[in-house]
Design a binder for this molecule. Structure first.
Ligand code: SIN
Length: 326
């Protein structure tokens, strides 16, 4: 490849944020449009042809299935374009792990798709957005990025979508990969991968759909009573993810309420509210008809469960197999 052709899809976030002051914390995400942003990138002088599209301009707390639908369509079109070598999505950091994982499950792995954000707005001292974007360009230009599923670049680390987690609310080192750490290290001029691609040439695992089933997350805490389950689960609910204490645990009365739901055929997945929470199957899971989330945190477990239910899967053993190998 001589000069790479990269498609840049903007959704908003702090990477496009502005504040009235260079030092105060308050700012407005999603203020810099794609044309202005690409102008800033052009000043970096990196050899690449960038084509931009504004898909949305939101703080990522306002990310919705409708925006995901537009984004998925735009990425699919770019991947199908023989001239396009890779795709970069600019995104708020608060929910980038969810968008990345959803895209990871619903896109082929034939071209690099890289999500990137920033922790400081463009007007701040020490704006990290351009540096992160230059790193993302490096990754999206590398054909070896393609067989690793959707990737997230933050700072000098490259994360796989299934692993990436926002673990700090502030500071530029806010992301970690769990349980595998980062899959690569990148600067604007260097890129080192840790290991070979593991998903070369794969098709999409699930068909994308915007009408995802209703799957709430039950956040467990000390003293929780089972009426929380009754209040959370409505006639529309198709599955439940438990953000349990420790290794996906919950008070006994809450467990009984969830067992009753599972016995009626509603998938129940046990995840953990602990940051590095690996939840393995326990002997009682068979009798309870529960699924263990393994290495997926509750917000990603929710997306995988939504995909499975939308595809017609409600059998706990089959759902467990999908969680064993996300
Ligand atoms: C957001 O997620 O849109 C705001 C926070 C950020 O991008 O860092």
């Amino acid at each position: 490849m001589s000069i790479p052709n990269l498609t840049v899809l903007a959704t908003g976030g702090t990477i496009a944020g502005k504040a009235d002051s260079a030092t105060r914390h308050e700012y407005r995400p999603g203020q810099i449009g794609i044309e202005e942003f690409l102008g800033l990138v052009a000043d970096l002088g990196i050899a690449a042809n960038l084509t931009g599209e504004q898909v949305a301009a939101v703080g990522s707390e306002d990310m919705t299935p409708a925006i995901w639908h537009r984004l998925h369509g735009a990425i699919s079109a770019a991947i199908a374009d023989p001239e396009c070598n890779g795709v970069i999505v600019t995104h708020g950091t608060d929910t980038v792990e969810e968008t990345a994982f959803l895209l990871d499950l619903t896109l082929p792995t034939t071209k690099p798709v890289v999500l990137v954000g920033a922790m400081r707005p463009a007007t701040a001292v020490g704006y990290d957005g351009l540096r992160n974007f230059a790193n993302a360009m490096r990754v999206a230009s590398d054909p070896h990025a393609a067989g690793r599923g959707v990737l997230v670049v933050m700072g000098e680390r490259v994360f796989a979508a299934r692993d990436v987690r926002k673990t700090r609310t502030r500071g530029t080192d806010a992301f970690q990969g769990f349980p595998r750490g980062s899959v690569g290290l990148v600067t604007p001029s260097s890129l080192d991968w840790f290991g070979a691609p593991w998903r070369t040439g794969e098709g999409a695992r699930f068909a994308f759909r915007a009408d995802l089933p209703d799957v709430p997350i039950l956040f467990v805490h000390a003293g929780m009573t089972p009426d929380y389950v009754e209040r959370l689960v409505t006639d529309h609910t198709r599955g439940v993810v438990v953000s349990g204490v420790g290794e996906g645990n919950m008070p006994e009365p809450v467990r009984q309420a969830l067992v009753a739901l599972a016995a009626r055929g509603m998938p129940v997945v046990r995840a953990s509210r602990v940051d590095e929470g690996l939840v393995d199957r326990e002997p009682e899971d068979d009798a309870n008809r529960f699924v263990a989330a393994r290495a997926l945190n509750p917000q990603k477990a929710r997306i995988l469960l939504q995909m499975l239910i939308a595809a017609g899967e409600t059998d706990p053993a089959a759902i467990q197999r999908a969680f064993d190998n996300p």
